[in-house]
Design a binder for this molecule. Structure first.
Ligand code: DC
Length: 235
């Protein structure tokens, strides 16, 4: 059976995981899988259905009616579809971020999405980013990275991103959003956000994008592309 390589990048919201992972995927020819987008799809569906997002029975009631589909366009960009509708932009709205965090705390949602994520990694070389990729989804990933930054630095970056998309908001509300999600994502009982013991910590508080990208690329190069690694793997 062909061996597919996997890189797990976990960390809190706004640490730069998706931008860095996407760029590394294209540089090293891996498939980028943004697992947060999958939770966002469920968050958006629960918002639209008007169900109580903290109620396992209400949210599990809508799951069978959801056809969540990850597709890639010609430039390798991940697009999310929900029952045939392209929801890639809708899931980025701040209110959907909170809904995604709420529904992601429910074990029924996590187990529903687990197999979908593993199946992609069984059939592609992947860089997968999320909260529990190195701890739960791909515990045997070939490389695990825990990417983090201070809450303030993350809020500043997220604010810039939202403003560039024309979403009108301010620093305090973005920071509150981040703190709410940090707390909820790391204290939930099922698959909380935490660094896997064998994950390499990369703190980007003091790094700009290029420096962060370079730090992560270096880890990938060392793990997969040095002569030493190639020799070890062919022995
Ligand atoms: O990475 P993101 O901000 O797009 O993720 C949205 C929410 O989904 C986040 O608050 C926590 C949840 N999530 C998760 O619980 N596990 C993952 N692997 C990815 C995201």
């Amino acid at each position: 059976m062909k061996k597919y390589y996997s890189i797990a990048i976990d960390g809190p919201s706004g640490a730069g995981k998706s931008t860095i992972a996407r760029r590394c995927a294209s540089a090293f020819d891996f498939l980028y899988v943004d697992t947060g987008a999958i939770y966002r799809a469920v968050g958006l569906a629960s918002l639209r259905a008007g169900v109580d997002r903290k109620s396992a029975s209400e949210v599990s009631g809508i799951l069978p009616g959801l056809a969540i589909d990850l597709r890639y366009n010609d430039s390798g960009e991940q697009r999310m579809f929900l029952n045939g509708e392209d929801i890639s932009d809708a899931i980025r709205l701040p209110e959907v971020s909170i809904c995604a965090s709420d529904v992601s705390a429910l074990p029924v949602v996590r187990s529903y999405l687990l197999e979908m994520q593993r199946q992609i990694a069984r059939t592609h070389h992947v860089i997968m980013d999320g909260r529990d990729i190195g701890t739960v989804v791909l515990p045997n990933a070939d490389l695990k990275i825990f990417l983090t930054a201070s809450a303030e630095a993350r809020a500043q970056r997220r604010l810039k991103e939202l403003r560039e998309k024309g979403i009108d908001t301010d620093f305090q509300s973005v920071l509150q959003d981040i703190l709410y999600r940090d707390e909820q994502d790391s204290t939930r009982e099922t698959a909380p956000l935490r660094r896997a013991e064998d994950a390499v910590l990369v703190d980007t508080t003091e790094l700009n994008f290029e420096e962060s990208f370079s730090a992560v690329s270096q880890l990938i190069l060392e793990r997969f592309f040095t002569v030493d690694t190639v020799e070890k793997e062919t022995i």
